[in-house]
Design a protein around this ligand. Structure first.
Ligand code: MCA
Ligand code: AMP
Length: 519
């Protein structure tokens, strides 16, 4: 393709892609799509979004598009038109989607036809309108002389993430911070145009968007996108010999191990042999249990490369591509990222071996929490972003020890807020009070559990109450926020200040689990 409107851009990502026009960018259920097609489609989406305007000037545009070339075309189309992309998750229920559309201020939602019903009420309630993906792709970029200049300091992406309080907040990244996050990973993990990643992660979080999709596109590699995670399909693709890179959360590796164990002994060797040929397998978003590291090594011959990151900072710490990958450790700071550990008051840098809170600085950091100036300020100490995670450095490697807030839970790699779930549960008439906790779980990392003080008149059995609360929560929150276990209590354990003592609530579930296991 000659240099044209389709390939020229102020966006580093688009400029980079124009070097790979003939190569395959994305493989999805419709087939293989070259970079040239992605560039063309994203220019058309940009034109459709712009209409007669020269520049969207950071207008937030939400979108719900299936994994595949359309997803990437819409994401890039929003960027090329000068807008801010707000990806929505197809599995979220109406109220969660409405919050994101309303909070972001998106007035337009690009949406695949099949999601129209899921999104309908939310879009209407938020006062936005639909632009079907099909229509967006029919823009006529040929009539334009140029697309707007989009400088690196401009806002690019809003990702919704749970904090310890309230509803999910929008984390805003700029084009410059995304580029910095990508460049760091491409360098550290040795991405090249010869790579092909198997992509199974959700496309509304950093792990799936930046680490997997955008790093591949930046490098001229191929991103093979599956509609969702399915252990049998993933094993088939990993053992095909086509794939060189795989990234997932620990729960996915645990499920793949279970899938391998369920396979007939005669077929296991074929799966293992195929997977051995990959160049790189990464785990992140939650702690990788040492037994999963060891088992994966035994099955595939791969030492999983574990790394640590957060929506607000991108990736910060990683085990090396070449060199020792230490199980139970997340490695060393990535190129260009500064990391320090501070004591409880934040006044002192801790010594080697001493626990401290992780603070991070670097060009990949987010710009702000969308429309939340105070919370943005509170998240920083000087220019250092305070992650709220605790770690210690041992023998030069970082080990994650946990979080300072008991109200943040990581389940299946998703971060959820106990307080947000409690607020929803308290709206149920059968509940007088409740406390939500994360309980360690070998498959999910943590499981969402709830201790409930039933309303005086309520005589339901715990099992019946749990089922009702699950249905109640599922209608209002993402499915990974649904409580999986329940204990009825007469009152919640509290300290002298009247605050619920969550470690005691966690203990109710841990001891019950042990008693069950002991028979
Ligand atoms: C689903 N189930 C659960 C949970 N989720 N049970 C307990 N805890 C959970 N969290 C149950 C369902 O109710 C259902 O039960 C059964 O499991 C299968 O549900 P399904 O939704 O089909 O599960 P799945 O498709 O197997 O999903 C598991 C998953 C998914 C693939 C691990 O959770 C996932 O994609 N997680 C990745 C999240 C992620 O990308 N996080 C990155 C954000 P039943 O069968 O009884 O109906 S963090 C990030 O971006 C930062 C920057 C970073 O560091 O990476
Ligand atoms: P999120 O806010 O969804 O971006 O999740 C970021 C959080 O995931 C971090 O603050 C950590 O608590 C957790 N996390 C990410 N990677 C790891 C890891 N390798 N080990 C332990 N926790 C992790």
């Amino acid at each position: 393709m000659k240099e044209s409107l389709y390939t020229t851009s102020s966006l580093a990502m688009v400029r980079s892609a124009s070097r790979f026009e003939g190569r395959v960018a994305i493989v999805d259920r419709h087939g293989a799509h070259p970079y040239g097609d992605l560039l063309g489609a994203s220019a058309r989406v940009a034109d459709a979004l712009l209409g007669e305007r020269p520049d969207l000037l950071e207008e937030p545009v939400a979108f719900m598009v299936q994994p595949g070339v359309d997803y990437a075309s819409v994401l890039w189309g929003i960027w090329r038109a000068g807008g801010i992309a707000v990806p929505l998750c197809q599995e979220h229920p109406g109220p969660e989607l409405e919050h994101m559309v309303r909070d972001s201020g998106a007035r337009r939602v690009v949406c695949d036809a099949l999601f129209g019903e899921t999104l309908g009420t939310a879009v209407e309630a938020a006062g936005a309108r639909f632009l079907p993906t099909k229509e967006a792709k029919r823009g006529d970029a040929a009539r334009r002389r140029r697309l707007p200049d989009v400088e690196p300091f401009r806002r690019a992406l809003i990702l919704y993430t749970s904090g310890s309080t309230g509803r999910p907040k929008g984390v805003v990244s700029t084009h410059g911070s995304l580029t910095a996050q990508i460049e760091t990973l491409v360098e550290a993990w040795g991405w090249t145009a010869e790579d092909r990643i198997l992509h199974v992660l959700p496309l509304h979080h950093t792990h799936g968007i930046v680490n997997a999709l955008l790093c591949a596109l930046w490098s001229g590699a191929t991103c093979e996108m599956l509609p969702r995670f399915d252990p049998a399909v993933v094993w088939e693709r990993l053992s095909s010999g086509d794939v060189s890179v795989f990234m997932a959360v620990p729960t996915i590796y645990v499920k793949l191990i279970a899938g391998w164990e369920d396979t007939r002994a005669s077929e296991r060797a074929t799966l293992s042999r195929g997977a051995r040929d990959l160049r790189l397998m990464v785990s992140g978003s939650a702690a990788l249990p040492t037994h999963a590291f060891e088992k994966w090594l035994e099955i595939t011959g791969h030492e999983l490369l574990e790394r640590y990151g957060m929506t607000e900072i991108g990736m910060a710490i990683s085990n090396p591509l070449d060199g020792e990958r230490r199980p139970g450790y997340v490695g060393v700071p990535l190129p260009g990222v500064s990391v320090r550990l501070v004591d409880e008051e934040g006044g002192r840098i801790t010594e080697e071996g001493e626990p401290g809170r992780i603070q991070v600085r670097g060009p990949g950091l987010f710009l702000e929490y969308w429309k939340r100036l105070e919370e943005t300020r509170a998240a920083y100490q000087d220019a250092w972003f305070d992650t709220g995670d605790e770690a210690a450095v041992e023998g030069g490697y970082y080990r994650i020890l946990g979080r300072t807030s008991v109200d943040i839970i990581k389940t299946g790699g998703y971060k959820v807020s106990a307080l947000e779930i409690e607020n929803v549960l308290r709206g149920h008439p059968a509940i007088s009070d409740c406390a939500v906790v994360g309980v360690p779980d070998p498959e999910w990392g943590e499981r969402v559990c709830v201790a409930v003080v039933p309303a005086a008149a309520d005589e339901r059995e715990p099992g019946e109450l749990l089922e009702e609360l699950k249905a109640w929560t599922e209608e209002r929150l993402a499915s990974y926020k649904v409580p999986r276990d329940l204990r009825p209590v007469v009152e919640l354990p509290r300290n002298a200040m009247g605050k619920v003592t969550k470690p005691e609530v966690q203990q109710m579930f841990v001891s019950k689990g042990r008693a069950d296991a002991d028979g």
